[in-house]
Design a protein around this ligand. Structure first.
Ligand SMILES: Cc1cc2nc3c(=O)[nH]c(=O)nc-3n(C[C@H](O)[C@H](O)[C@H](O)COP(=O)(O)OP(=O)(O)OC[C@H]3O[C@@H](n4cnc5c(N)ncnc54)[C@H](O)[C@@H]3O)c2cc1C
Length: 332
């Protein structure tokens, strides 16, 4: 409202068998922002936040410091940021259910949504199930995450200023991340398991021409090495042709082998691009609508390019406004 009066207390939630205006699936920055906007538009959203293995709060629950979310000049811990987004969504009347959705019947409206023993119905659905970064899967990787190993150069690059870094991968993302990291690193070594890159020629050429980037071909990371403060200070590299291993010192490791959008629930129903990300209509109006009328998507599940908390939140806002206007247009 932007004025001095605060919003009135939200209405009680409708009974479980009521058809809800909108059901939101997923509780990352996209889902909570969509919930906040839907709630403030009086749509009384119901959100399924997910449950293990779907972490309520999403990807930022597994990171320490977030330094690039606007409004936090001193940075904010990922879980603290998500707690705030959740509280804000709840304050305006979002019903939060900590369960994973196991099935949605998209064949007719209202859509039937199943989560454990619950069945709910929604006139509109917002899909905000996010994506999962692919990690190497080596034995001691869990100890390395947030202690020198990262899956996001845009997020963490600036924390690695003045160090020698390793980037693992051979696709466009790896080239992009390696090139970006040369702004901070003294040297970046690209470790790739083959002797040629999967990346597009233009990206590969750009990386090859960068004097700060070196390549380690036919090599895989076997494990991480740590200093006595349990911070990554190297990796064990194995040459896949000769089988030889070497200890390779570095001040940080960026894993850039791709992300997997969380779209299992939607296979065969919602259109995806060639990498499995949900397709939305795009454009200036109703941008977040999928190929199924009444189903909208926001955040990383439909974005293989930006993949940031603030862009996910922004598209969550778009999805909520799209839902509100669509419901209005269909005579809600
Ligand atoms: C280690 C790490 C550090 C990062 N650091 C930063 C950073 O510093 N700054 C930044 O801007 N970005 C950062 N990112 C990227 C950022 O986290 C993502 O861009 C953002 O979280 C995407 O938001 P989202 O809402 O689309 O999806 P997610 O955060 O992935 O959330 C998806 C949600 O969907 C839920 N879900 C999935 N399936 C189901 C289901 N079947 N039923 C119910 N719920 C389901 C999950 O439980 C989760 O709550 C980082 C990512 C990682 C992995």
């Amino acid at each position: 409202m932007g004025q001095s009066a605060s919003s009135p207390a939200p209405l009680p939630f409708p009974p479980k068998d009521a058809v809800r205006d909108v059901i939101i699936v997923g509780s990352g920055p996209a889902g909570y922002t969509a919930a906040l906007y839907c709630a403030r538009a009086n749509l009384q959203p119901l959100m399924f936040e997910g449950d293990i293995p779907h972490i309520p709060g999403g990807q930022l629950m597994i990171t320490t410091e977030v330094e690039n979310y606007p409004g936090f000049p001193d940075g904010v811990a990922g879980p603290d940021l998500m707690e705030k987004l959740k509280a804000q969504a709840a304050r305006f009347g979002t019903e939060l259910v900590q369960k994973s959705v196991s099935r949605i019947d998209f064949s007719k409206r209202p859509f039937r949504v199943e989560a454990d023993d619950e069945v709910r119905f929604g006139k509109a659905i917002i899909v905000a199930t996010g994506a999962t970064a692919r990690w190497l899967g080596v034995d001691n990787e869990d100890e390395a995450r947030n202690r020198g190993a990262s899956a996001c150069a845009t997020c963490d690059g600036a924390l690695f200023r003045g160090r020698e870094l390793v980037v693992v991968g051979g696709g466009d993302t790896a080239m992009e991340e390696a090139t970006f990291l040369t702004r901070f690193a003294t040297k970046v070594t690209l470790v790739h398991r083959r002797d040629s890159l999967r990346a597009s020629k233009v990206m590969a050429d750009r990386a090859a021409k960068n004097p700060k980037i070196a390549f380690k071909w036919n090599s895989v990371v076997e494990k991480y090495l740590f200093d006595d403060k349990k911070y990554v200070n190297g990796v064990v590299l194995k040459d896949v042709k000769t089988g030889k291993t070497e200890n390779f010192p570095c001040g940080g490791v960026f894993v850039a082998i791709g992300h997997k959008p969380n779209t299992e629930l939607f296979h065969g129903v919602l259109d995806t691009d060639e990498n499995g990300y949900l397709k939305t209509k795009g454009g200036p109006k109703g941008a977040t609508m999928t190929n199924v009328t009444g189903v909208f998507a926001c955040g990383d599940v439909q974005d293989s390019y930006y993949r940031q908390a603030v862009t996910a939140a922004g598209s969550g806002c778009q999805a909520a406004i799209d839902v509100e206007r669509w419901l209005e247009a269909v005579g809600h």
